[in-house]
Design a protein around this ligand. Structure first.
Ligand code: PEP
Ligand code: MG
Length: 581
């Protein structure tokens, strides 16, 4: 899995953890109190270690700190009055187990429960189970006095390899010293991946068999953009690696020059290129990429990795931080899109109980959930409105299928605004615009009706393709059928875009499709003038925009839209500019 772009060439350094030797052990009944005391000491030591790790966060870039701190807090919380410790203490007493055995048994029992939960977000479940195991490992190490691996010894310029790297480990990496990271485990959406991206260390995860094959000191060429690692490269592979490194550096410098240039076509049409933001850690990247604002702020990050809900005040602070960083550039904040493949502990663990149903993608997700639990929507609207005069903000509703949902959301929105005004909160004269995601076939085909209720559209092609083609976007088995260029998806996009343009209503595309430079001619040809994408894609997309003529794009789009064969559409789109289009 390609996790963070860049090329690293250097010796590998293996930091495999020395496994803690902790054979299963029983104790005598008379030793129960002493064993509980041992556990208490290990807990205290672990808390101290994590506290120290927290203070070391200070040396990391701010964005990395923000990502890691809540996780460390969660670990520390697990060392408080947690189920893990209560269970372990009970096992010491009732099963007469040694502390380390009790901790491991309890952690495995909890992990098994988490993993057995009925939830489609398998990666999320695994992450939570791993967090429990991670704390158990730390306790076991401390109970058996096994040393932790030290990342301090990693020689400068080397590629760190490991079976698994925890986010806490990743936090200790110095991006100025470490050339790259490759691990066997980990997922593209895990905390570790997010951290590595935030730190800008070229990284590849999911290299099965890596630690068994690699010897410390072996040369390797890692390509974080392609997701490859060549171990013990021959002269040819090494040469290719050097070339890729030179090309990457050159390309980055070239693209960086584009930052200040406008995204304008050769015939003078301006195209807005905005960024999608998933965590505040990406804010500096957005500035570097030359984005003209945030076209999609996914607010799910506020609700993740915590066992309670963020209150209005906490949300207000988070939005204020983003608005301040973005100055007068537009920021489109999407209200919580819970459900589907996303999962949030606070929402699923009883604080705001919800039931995803047997088919979560079709169940209570996005706006449906918010209308069912209006207190969530009210708090989020209020938090956004409180900071609305700090910048240029718009609000986006996820997973709309019916105009009545937009109407209902707007009623709540206006009610919240009135309440704030009564309280003396200063609001802008015109309330921020309220827009709709067009990400279901229903919304796309009813776009003319929904347009009457909404102030703008953002076409979410990720879900639109999923729902149109009945292909789960996160399911590897059917990935070959997932195709945003399928004529059915394109026709829906065209219908929705035209519905918006007829009313002169702003419309953007904010799915992954928007970040693919090869699809830009088609999107512009369909009438789209605003694209929102992951920040790192902006320079390449801008380069493409600056090479295009709108009339050519419109002609090209007409040709594409006449086709009904997906294969032919692919050929046309990938061949744009090579034939006479
Ligand atoms: C989409 O569905 O295309 C989209 C942008 O939203 P998300 O990826 O957050 O579901
Ligand atoms: Mg979506």
């Amino acid at each position: 899995m390609a996790i963070a772009p860049g090329i690293a060439i250097g010796p590998v350094f293996d930091t495999a953890e020395v496994p803690a030797e902790a054979p299963r052990r029983r104790i005598a009944a008379a030793a129960v109190e002493a064993e509980r005391q041992r556990l208490a000491e290990a807990v205290a030591l672990s808390r101290k270690q994590l506290g120290k790790l927290k203070t070391r966060l200070g040396i990391l870039p701010e964005e990395a700190q923000e990502e890691l701190e809540p996780l460390l807090d969660a670990y520390i919380l697990m060392l408080g009055n947690s189920r893990l410790l209560r269970g372990a203490r009970k096992r010491i007493e009732s099963e007469l187990l040694a502390a380390e055995t009790a901790v491991q048994d309890e952690a495995e029992a909890i992990a098994a429960l988490i993993l057995a939960a009925k939830d489609d977000d398998k990666a999320g479940l695994k992450r939570r189970a791993d967090e429990v195991r991670e704390i158990a490992r730390r306790l076991t190490r401390n109970l058996t006095s096994t040393p932790f691996r030290s990342l301090k010894e990693v020689p400068e310029g080397s590629i760190l390899i490991a079976e698994e790297l925890t986010p806490a480990d990743a936090a200790l990496l110095d991006p100025g010293k470490i050339a790259g990271v490759a691990t066997e485990e980990g997922g593209a959406d895990g905390h570790t991946a997010i951290m590595l991206r935030a730190l800008g260390i070229p990284s590849v995860l999911g290299c099965v068999g890596l630690t068994e094959t690699a010897q410390r000191g072996d040369m390797a060429v890692l390509d974080g953009s392609a997701g490859t690692l060549v171990l013990r490269p021959g002269e040819k592979a090494l040469e290719r690696g050097r070339e890729a490194l030179a090309a990457f550096t050159k390309e980055r410098a070239k693209l960086a020059k584009l930052r200040r240039l406008p995204a304008v076509t050769t015939d003078g049409e301006l195209v807005e290129l905005q960024a999608n933001l998933e965590i505040p850690a990406e804010l500096p990247l957005i500035a570097q990429a030359g984005a003209q604002g945030i076209g999609l702020l996914r607010t799910e990050f506020l609700f993740m990795n915590r066992e309670d809900l963020p209150d209005e005040e906490a949300q207000t602070q988070a939005y204020a931080q983003v608005l301040e960083a973005m100055g007068s550039d537009p920021v489109t904040i999407r209200v919580l899109d819970w459900g589907g493949e996303k999962d949030m502990e606070a929402l699923s663990e009883g604080i705001a109980p919800t039931h995803a149903g047997p088919n979560p993608a079709l169940g209570l997700r996005g706006l449906r959930l918010l209308l069912k639990r209006p207190e969530l929507l009210e708090a989020q609207f209020a938090a956004i409105l409180r900071v609305a005069d700090k910048g240029n903000v718009r609000i986006l509703l996820p997973m709309v299928t019916n105009p009545s949902e937009v109407k209902a959301a707007r009623e709540i929105y206006e009610r919240v605004a009135k309440r704030l005004k009564r309280k003396g909160v200063h609001l802008p004269d015109r309330l921020p615009e309220l827009g709709c995601m067009i990400e279901t076939p229903g919304a796309a085909l009813a776009a003319d009706a929904i347009a009457l209720e909404a102030d703008f559209f953002a076409i979410g092609t990720n879900d639109l393709a999923m729902y149109t083609l009945a292909v789960d976007r996160a399911e590897a088995e059917v990935a070959h059928l997932y195709d945003p260029l399928h004529p059915a998806v394109l026709r829906l996009m065209q219908f929705a875009t035209e519905a918006a343009l007829r009313l002169r209503m702003p419309v953007s595309v904010c799915g992954e499709m928007a970040g693919n430079p090869r699809l830009v001619p088609l999107l512009l040809g369909l009438g789209i003038r605003c694209l929102s994408m992951n920040a790192s894609a902006i320079p390449r997309v801008k380069q493409m925009v600056r090479s295009l003529d709108i009339a050519d794009c419109a002609r090209f789009a007409r040709r594409v839209m006449e086709q009904s064969d997906p294969q032919r559409i692919h050929e046309l789109v990938m061949g744009f500019g090579t034939a006479k289009d």
